[in-house]
Design a protein around this ligand. Structure first.
Ligand code: AMP
Length: 393
């Protein structure tokens, strides 16, 4: 059997009342289940950590490793359709689930987006630009590529990196050896990217249905702190033509890759208004959380609709919004503000929507929740975020 494949979806409709199986029980699964529950679906989640955030909402959690074949079979038996909330599901498990259940997203998209080189080739095949890159197997490959791209440039592991992990920014050619060694001396596959001196980072979330219909959400302007998403600002403060172009590029990629469900597309925007795609994620994305309180349909509902074969409404932005992530270190000051009635002091027109993921331990850097701050203009919301003092570095 071919290990990466597309499921024959036959435009199948999974009607409300059915059970959706979610591989992974983190906050993305939790918010999927919250949206799906409102639509009348039932949920079962598989996650190795007991009491996972999604389990608070799902009917049931199977506590097992993702590689546990028996647990995966059990998930298949209990579910009418299966989706996932993270991309590092092994393609073998995804392929096995496809044999035993209905996985409309297939395993091919996972296989592609799990690996930076495969992902970049797929983006290029859709006619969409990526930062110039080179495959690196040896130190000599790296030295040659550094000569070609100049410094700074970024060495990345092809698989497994996230939130800036598995990366080395090479500032001088002399750092080649150190970078190569730090990222495993060629034991894992590597890719070198030219450094893009971007003006902004933006992302577009596309949803593609089993019938090939595609809808995109308005682009978010993303600000990272210590490589973790801090703020998403919508509407992004970019020219309208660039926003439209970004949506077009995301659509082209989702279509060319035959995606089903959500595909988050992260991009760099240069001062000359040129867009390069940096990364894809075949799932709901942190930069799409703003849709919960600011759009006519949330990314989570849209994902459920896509995998269940329901029509995809066109998302419309109802209000400007700033999404701010709540990490472990922000939890106590934020809760103090919230429980002490801080909302009574909010500026006119500003509304704070608190979303917490039900995680017990507030470790530093751990994503505990987010706020969607809706307002008449994003600058007022940004000022408020600063004034509150919770997010001071
Ligand atoms: P990634 O894990 O690829 O999303 O990278 C994490 C962050 O590193 C990005 O959000 C950028 O801020 C930065 N970065 C990654 N690749 C590049 C690049 N080729 N040029 C400039 N900055 C980059």
């Amino acid at each position: 059997m071919k290990s990466q494949q597309t499921q024959n979806t036959d435009n199948r409709v999974i009607a409300p009342g059915a059970t959706i199986g979610v591989l992974g029980g983190g906050q993305l699964g939790r918010m999927m289940a919250l949206a799906g529950r409102a639509m009348g679906y039932r949920f079962v989640t598989l996650d190795p950590t007991p009491d996972a955030p999604c389990s608070h909402i799902a009917d049931r959690q199977i506590v097992a490793e993702y590689s546990d074949a028996q647990a995966a079979r059990q998930l298949a038996e209990l579910s009418d359709v299966i989706t996932y909330e993270f991309e590092n599901v092994s393609s073998e498990v995804a392929a096995m689930l496809m044999e035993q259940s209905y996985v409309p997203q297939g395993s091919e998209l996972l296989h592609t987006t799990q690996h930076r080189l495969r992902e970049k080739r797929a983006i290029e095949a859709a006619g969409v630009p990526v930062a110039p890159y080179a495959e690196i197997k040896t130190l000599s490959d790296l030295e040659h590529a550094i000569q070609r791209f100049g410094t700074p440039c970024v060495l990345k592991t092809a698989m497994g990196g996230y939130d800036g992990k598995g990366q080395f920014v090479i500032r001088q050619p002399e750092q080649a050896g150190q970078a190569f060694e730090t990222l495993g001396s060629g034991k894992v596959e590597l890719v070198l990217e030219q450094f893009i001196h971007f003006h902004k980072e933006i992302s577009v979330i596309a949803a593609r249905g089993t019938d090939g219909s595609i809808r995109t959400f308005p682009p978010a302007e993303n600000i990272h702190v210590n490589n973790i998403l801090h703020l998403s600002i919508v509407p992004a403060r970019i020219p309208q033509e660039v926003a439209a172009e970004a949506q077009k590029l995301a659509e082209a990629i989702a279509s060319s890759m035959n995606a089903v469900g959500l595909l988050a597309v992260e991009m760099f925007l240069t001062p000359e208004n040129k867009l390069y795609v940096n990364e894809l994620a075949p799932r709901p994305h942190n930069s799409g959380h703003y849709t919960q309180d600011a759009c006519t349909v949330s990314q989570f509902e849209q994902h459920i609709r896509a995998v269940c074969g329901l029509p995809l409404p066109k998302p419309t932005l109802l209000t400007p919004v700033v999404m701010v992530n709540v990490l472990g270190e922000h939890m106590q000051p934020l809760l103090n503000w919230f429980t002490n009635g801080g909302e009574r002091e909010l500026p006119e027109g500003l509304r704070v929507n608190l979303h917490l993921y039900g995680k017990e331990e507030a470790k530093t850097g751990r994503k505990m929740g987010h706020l969607n701050i809706t307002c008449d203009d994003v600058e007022t919301a940004l000022q408020w975020v600063q004034q509150l003092g919770v997010w001071e570095a």
